[in-house]
Ligand binder design. Sequence first.
Ligand code: ASP
Ligand code: MG
Length: 411
Amino acid sequence: MALIVQKYGGTSVGSPDRIKNLARRVARFKALGHQIVVVVSAMSGETNRLISLAKEIMPEPDPRELDVMVATGEQVTIGLTAMALMELGLKAKSYTGSQVRIVTDNAHTKARILSIDEERIRADLDAGYVVVVAGFQGVDESGNITTLGRGGSDTTGVALAAALKADECQIYTDVDGVYTTDPRVVPEARRLKSITFEEMLELASQGSKVLQIRSVEFAGKYKVKLRVLSSFEEDGEGTLITFEDPENKDSNMEQPIISGIAFNRDEAKIMVLGVPDKPGIAYQILGPIADAKIDVDMIIQNMGADGTTDFTFTVHKNDMAKALGILNQVQAHIGAREIRGDDKIAKVSIVGVGMRSHVGIASQMFRTLAEEGINIQMISTSEIKIAVVIDEKYMELAVRVLHKAFELEEA
Ligand code: ASP
Ligand code: MG
């Protein structure tokens, strides 16, 4: 007997038929003698619908009130899911986040989980119930309803699995696992049997959208065994997200060096050209950007030869105009010659723990891009990732040739 947390995303609860389908799957697991906690998202499209509804009343919705209303999406699906389970003859009980007491901080719309009261759930499980919990929501210490940020039900699932010390947290979604890259771009992309937490984190932060990043961090921190599976398949094994296992690695000599390729078109590049090469410049440029709460991703500064230097960084496309506005105001003070923005860029990253033990991965990546005449505008690296910024019109080509060059289509 195992304790399993199963999280179902919006498409998996998108209609009564799909909810019935979900209930049948839960019943199969229950019949095997497992204890099951189900975490559900709102029906697909519902959270977006609620947010636009709010914006029709208040263009910049009050965060506390927004949480009160968007949390209703999940309140609907927990009730429906519990009913579907009952219709199959199972004992089921639903709870909102605040009923469980998933306690969060008070950062409305992006709250963080502080603690979970798991006793009630445990008592229900022991009494034979399937417990259905609303994803995405919690309650702060003063009793206000909070939400965990878009995609937050993944984090609810993982956090409950951690609190209950579950044997596995299964994330059911509309894809059957984590792929080497997006199959819509590379049809030969392959499902990975397993991937490490670190790789998954890099892929997620580089634009691969299978799981909410925070849920992966959480799972890594609390050592929750995490599996991504399709809710439309009877018995796929999905992708297991796991720890690097040195023993396993030795026995598996053919482990690929690169696990996946991520890409996104969400960023814009900002160039601050001809700034004096002296202490404090990076701070004078990025200080006001940070004060405006604009997230900066890549940062590059060249070594100055003639006493001036160029400073380039990337921000989300939506923040480009704001960032340029801020920099234009401080341009004279900084002494920059010119400030330019470019949002026609894409970022492509290769990720793999095998990079730690293999040399020449970067040069192979750059050669592959060079052979296609693709110019690299920026480069950044971590221990297990190499990311490049290129012209957005070459993005798909770059992903395809890299997928081939690193032989990712081969199992
Ligand atoms: N319903 C929320 C959203 O759409 C949370 C989730 O689905 O994970 O972002
Ligand atoms: Mg989701």
